[in-house]
Design a protein around this ligand. Structure first.
Ligand code: AMP
Length: 278
C-alpha cells in the first residue's frame, strides 16, 4: 500500500493507476464502519484510495478539532490489511495553500443550514469544499460515504449533481456495535456509564420507525420520544422525521422518510438516523 503525504506524490501515483479508482474520504481514527466502506469500495472499482485528513474548515472554533483522535499508524495497518491500494494523508498547508480565511468554498444551499447545519454553522460548507477538493485531487470514478452521516451524504449528492461531477456517489449502511450504537470516532469520548446509555438512541429510532409504519401520526411520537431521551440523560439537539431525498418536512404523500436524531450525552454529540417507508 502506498502512503502519499503530498499532492505531488498523489498526482504521480494517480497517473500510473490502471483501471477504475474509488475514493473513501475519512478523518482517520478508523473503526470497522470505515473499513466496511473500504470493502464496499473494493467491489465498485479496481483500486481503492482512502484519504485521511482532519479538515479544519468543517470545525467551528468551539469544536473538537484539536482533540479529535488521531491514530495514523494503526489506520495504515488496518487499511493495508483490507487491501487499499493507497492512503492519501495531506497536510493542512497542502490542502489550503492560501490559508483558511482566503479559501474559495462550495456551499450547497438549503440543506446545509438545517438540522446539523443549524447547530454547526459553516460545517457543511467545510464538508462540501473538502470533498470537492479531494475529488479534484484524486480524480476518482466513484466515492463511498456512510449513511451514518446522512445529511452529509445528501449534501455531497446534491453538490455532485449541481456541479455535474463525473463521480458516482455510493452510500453505505451504518455499521453498529452489537448493542445498536452506531460506530463513531467520537464514541471514544463517552465515559463507561455514558457508553451504556448511548444505545437508547438507536432503540428509540427503531421504536419510532415501528410506530410510523403502523400509521401513527408523527408529532405525538416525537414528543414522547423526546421525553424518553431526556429522562435517559440526553440533551436533545433535534429529533425529527424528514423526506429522505432532500431532508425537507414530509408532505402526506411522501412515503420515503428518515428519522434523524442529534443529542448530547455529557459533552459528546451523537448523531444517528433510520430510514422508514410508510
Ligand atoms: P469520518 O472519519 O467521521 O469523517 O467518516 C468518514 C466516512 O465514514 C464518512 O462517510 C462516514 O459517514 C463514514 N462512517 C463513519 N461511521 C460510520 C459507520 N458507523 N457506518 C458506516 N459509515 C460510517
Amino acid at each position: 500500500m502506498q502512503v502519499l503525504h503530498s499532492l505531488e506524490q498523489l498526482r504521480a501515483w494517480r497517473q500510473q493507476v490502471n483501471g477504475s479508482l474509488a475514493l473513501v474520504p475519512t478523518m482517520g481514527n478508523l473503526h470497522e464502519g470505515h473499513l466496511k466502506l473500504v470493502d464496499l469500495a473494493q467491489q465498485q472499482a479496481d483500486h481503492v484510495i482512502v484519504s485521511i485528513f482532519v479538515n479544519p474548515l468543517q470545525f467551528a472554533a468551539n469544536e473538537d478539532l484539536d482533540r479529535y483522535p488521531r491514530s495514523f499508524a494503526a489506520d495504515c495497518q488496518a487499511l493495508a490489511a483490507r487491501g487499499a491500494a493507497a492512503v492519501f494523508a495531506p497536510t493542512v498547508a497542502d490542502v489550503y495553500p492560501r490559508g483558511l480565511s482566503q479559501q474559495s468554498f462550495i456551499e450547497v444551499p438549503g440543506i446545509s443550514t438545517i438540522l446539523c447545519g443549524a447547530s454547526r454553522p459553516g460545517h457543511f460548507r467545510g464538508v462540501a469544499t473538502i470533498v470537492a477538493k479531494l475529488f479534484n485531487m484524486v480524480q476518482p470514478d466513484s466515492a463511498v460515504f456512510g449513511e451514518k452521516d446522512f445529511q452529509q451524504l445528501q449534501v455531497i449528492r446534491l453538490m455532485s449533481t449541481d456541479l455535474s461531477l463525473p463521480i458516482r456517489i455510493i452510500g453505505m449502511p451504518t455499521e453498529r456495535a452489537d448493542d445498536g450504537l452506531a460506530l463513531s470516532s467520537r464514541n471514544g469520548y463517552l465515559t463507561p456509564v455514558e457508553r451504556q446509555q448511548a444505545p437508547i438512541l438507536f432503540a428509540l429510532l427503531q421504536q419510532i420507525a415501528g410506530q410510523l409504519q403502523a400509521g401513527c401520526a408523527i408529532e405525538p411520537l416525537l414528543t414522547e420520544a423526546e421525553q424518553q431521551l431526556q429522562q435517559a440523560g440526553f440533551r436533545l439537539d433535534y429529533l425529527t422525521v424528514r423526506r429522505r431525498s432532500d431532508l425537507d418536512k414530509p408532505q402526506s404523500a411522501d412515503r420515503e422518510l428518515i428519522i434523524l436524531v442529534a443529542a448530547y450525552l455529557g459533552n459528546t454529540r451523537l448523531i444517528d438516523n433510520l430510514a422508514v417507508n410508510r
